[in-house]
Design a protein around this ligand. Structure first.
Ligand code: ADE
Length: 233
């Protein structure tokens, strides 16, 4: 099985590269892909750079160029839900693009013709994650994640995203990864650990907690990888 592990920023994949230690670096599409072998399975790790377009390019490369059959995303997010604190984990059940707007033509926010507002994540991978979390005594929330090409640091904007998409957290890549994977029939899993509350303190909190929250997410992704490869054995 070929598994992709993707982040958006170097800090989001650094703990994974540290974990695997030995890997081959392949440069493709103006990006670096890190290839390693783990328990007889191939794992390709990459960070996309921030934003929906970069994330779609990287997800597409992981699938089409590197032949990955499953994609796990690890990173940080801004909290919307009141029961998410810094360092908490959330897995996306579905994802929407909060900045996609042709409402001038009577369409709902996040919708374009022939598309849908929400991209659903893979139920089996979510079920595996819940099991892993339960066994390890880790709190794992599930919910809708909203994605857009904006760092949100404003409570009014955050509330609008919460209300419009019923979202629990927000970030800048997940929905485009989801769209890419669903278009190509590849199962995916989007995990985020909270770095900030998308409010007026968000940029300070993000800088403060990026590394620690990225590590929380990466550690859980490793537990998921273990489970996925053990299930295949
Ligand atoms: N990722 C982490 N925090 C975020 C925020 N406040 N806005 C957008 N993406 C984020």
């Amino acid at each position: 099985m070929k598994i992709a592990i993707m982040g958006a920023m170097p800090e989001e994949i650094a703990p994974l590269l540290e974990y695997f230690k030995v890997y081959e670096t392949i440069v493709y599409a103006n990006n670096s892909f890190y290839k390693t072998t783990y328990k007889n399975h191939e794992i390709i790790i990459a960070y996309s750079k921030i934003g929906k377009v970069n994330a779609a390019i990287t997800a597409l490369s992981l699938i089409q160029k590197f032949g990955c059959e499953q994609l796990l995303f690890s990173g940080v997010a801004g909290a919307i839900s009141k029961d998410l604190s810094i360092g908490d984990l959330i897995v996306a059940t579905a994802l929407a693009q909060h900045d996609l707007d042709i409402s001038a033509f009577g369409h709902p926010y996040g919708f374009v013709p022939e598309g849908s507002v929400f991209e659903k994540a893979d139920a089996r991978l979510i079920a595996i994650a819940k099991k892993v979390a339960q066994e390890k005594g880790i709190k794992l929330k599930e919910g809708i994640i909203a994605t857009g090409d904006q760092f949100i640091c404003d409570s009014t904007k955050k509330e609008w995203i919460a209300k419009t998409f019923d979202a629990s957290a927000l970030e800048m890549e997940g929905a485009s990864v989801a769209l890419t994977c669903n278009a190509l029939g590849v199962k995916f899993f989007i995990l985020r650990s909270i770095s900030d509350a998308a409010d007026m303190d968000a940029s300070f909190d993000f800088d403060t907690f990026l590394q620690s929250s990225a590590s929380v997410s990466a550690d859980f992704i490793m537990a998921m990888v273990d489970r996925l490869v053990d299930d295949q054995a």
